[in-house]
Ligand binder design. Structure first.
Ligand code: GDP
Length: 477
């Protein structure tokens, strides 16, 4: 009996990132999608101050949702793509241009609706879903809530501007999520365009495109002149084929909130990206700490539809309140049950978490056994490129057989919201050398319990990281 960290987080109404962090402290470096055994799950549940019985009680719990669907029920599904890149490099333009590749667009009579995601149907009838909130903050924030909806990232780099700070952030966020990337070298129509320079600079960030002997696909495009789009779409399809994306369409639906708002005329509205199953009008569901019954489904062309299958984004009407982006939706058998689960989650969300004794050393060490080196994630920001390099270089040398420091992201400048969302999703502290966090970043750090550590002496910084890493190993290590 195993359960994924994400499912457990859903059941406990806790943030997946907090569970990952707790597991990490127990010596189990796992990601949200990995499975843990019953014993570890129970330990975690009590650790978070929940009652084991209550949580595993089928009256409250979404018992059936854990099981993976049998292989023979799985059908191919469309890939879900997020576009990331530096500001002004053409993310929005590219999303608009790609919308134009939809062959059913013209005949549908529908009008483009911005619901947070859209799906295009290609000439060969296959489909691609694009999340149309570009940028890595939304991506990482959703991931922090356990919604790993993106299958493929398209990294947009303007050929005239080259790699910029947010390009590098996007690369690191994508790597941290373990999502494959396709590089779209944009603005190729400009005479200053230098795509080869982009490919070379990418090497410095461990992104090796095919032309440079690597495996990352790249394609030259112009969102403005609409060139290279077919090739980009082909590469997305190729990558999707390699991923063998599948889901069971014939079951109670599950999905993730992409966007949610309170609409004046329609009440609370959420855009749901269906993960598996088929969401239908009349379905009763729980989404985050809200519940509801599907009153209507509206697609990205403003048309009312009766149902939505895997990878399809739809607006859902009929919610009790506004959920958060990244919340999971699950269809349940009746309204009483939906309300019960939602109320339980509400109470957990508002109830202050009881601090409990740390996991027993014994369990910690048994968990440690037959594991490779623990990964100790960090985000590093410093005042100059020289300090960044010196610090990252020294941190990499601290690693031992038991524990390995891993710098998820490093850069020059103050600590930003984006640094914090990345750190939160991976349970990493942020190290600031001669730099501080801005107000917004501090606020998000506090909310997500991300440690911000400031230093002005490299020696002190390394000393504390060493101590922190030793602490993760436990007293006997
Ligand atoms: P975003 O901030 O990444 O979403 O970038 P936008 O899509 O808003 O584009 C920023 C600017 O670059 C706009 O003025 C666009 O018209 C322009 N732009 C985007 N793509 C291209 C392109 O392929 N060629 C040229 N010449 N300009 C482009």
């Amino acid at each position: 009996e195993t359960i994924t960290v994400q499912e457990l987080a859903n059941r406990m109404a806790e943030r997946g990132a907090d569970l990952v962090k707790a597991l990490f402290k127990m010596g189990m470096p796992v990601t949200m999608t990995q499975s843990i055994d019953q014993d570890t799950a129970e330990l975690l549940v009590t650790d978070f101050g929940h009652n084991v019985k209550r949580v595993s009680d089928s009256d409250v719990d979404l018992q059936t949702e854990v099981e993976a669907d049998p292989e023979d029920t799985l059908k191919p599904r469309a890939p879900v793509v997020t576009i990331m890149g530096h500001v002004d490099h053409g993310k929005t333009s590219l999303l608009d241009a790609l919308r134009g590749t939809d062959v059913v667009k013209g005949e549908s009579g529908g009008i483009t609706q911005h619901i947070g995601a859209y799906q295009v149907t290609l000439k060969d009838k296959s489909k691609i879903t694009f999340l149309d909130t570009p940028g890595h903050e939304a991506f990482t924030e959703m991931r922090a809530r356990g919604a790993n909806v993106t299958d493929i990232v398209v990294l947009v780099v303007a050929a005239d501007d080259g790699l910029m700070p947010q390009t590098i952030e996007a690369i690191n966020h994508t790597k941290a999520a373990g999502v494959p990337m396709i590089v779209a070298i944009n603005k190729i129509d400009k005479h200053e365009a230098n795509p080869q320079r982009v490919r070379e600079r990418l090497l410095e960030h461990d992104v090796q495109v095919e032309a440079m002997g690597g495996e990352t696909q790249d394609v030259e495009v112009s969102a403005l002149k609409k060139t290279g789009l077919d090739e980009l779409v082909e590469k997305i399809q190729l990558q999707a084929e390699l991923l063998e994306l599948k889901a069971n369409p014939d079951r109670a639906a599950e999905g993730a909130v992409v966007e949610a708002k309170l609409d004046k005329g329609r009440g609370p509205v959420a855009t749901i990206l269906v993960g598996r199953g088929t969401l239908k009008v009349g379905d009763v569901f729980v989404v985050g700490a809200e519940s509801g019954k599907v009153r209507a489904l509206v697609d990205d062309k403003g048309r009312q539809v009766k149902e939505a299958g895997p990878s399809m984004p739809v607006e859902v009407l009929g919610l009790s309140g506004v959920p958060r982006a990244g919340d999971q939706l699950q269809v349940v058998e009746n309204e009483a049950r939906a309300r019960e689960v939602a109320e339980y989650r509400q109470s957990v969300l508002t109830q202050k978490r009881t601090t409990s004794a740390p996991a027993s050393l014994e369990s910690m060490f048994s968990a440690l056994k037959d594991k490779q080196a623990i990964v100790y994630p960090l985000v590093v920001k410093a005042d100059t490129q020289g300090s960044v390099e010196a610090i990252v270089g020294s941190i990499n040398k601290i690693s031992t057989d038991d524990i390995r420091a891993h710098v998820l992201h490093s850069g020059v400048g103050g600590i930003t919201e984006s640094d914090v969302t990345l750190a939160a999703a991976s349970g990493a502290p942020i190290i600031g050398f001669n730099v501080r966090a801005n107000a917004k970043a501090r606020e998000i750090a506090e909310r997500n319990k991300v440690a911000l550590k400031y230093y002005d002496v490299i020696y002190d910084l390394l000393d504390e990281i060493r101590a922190g890493m030793a602490g993760e190993l436990g007293p006997e290590a």
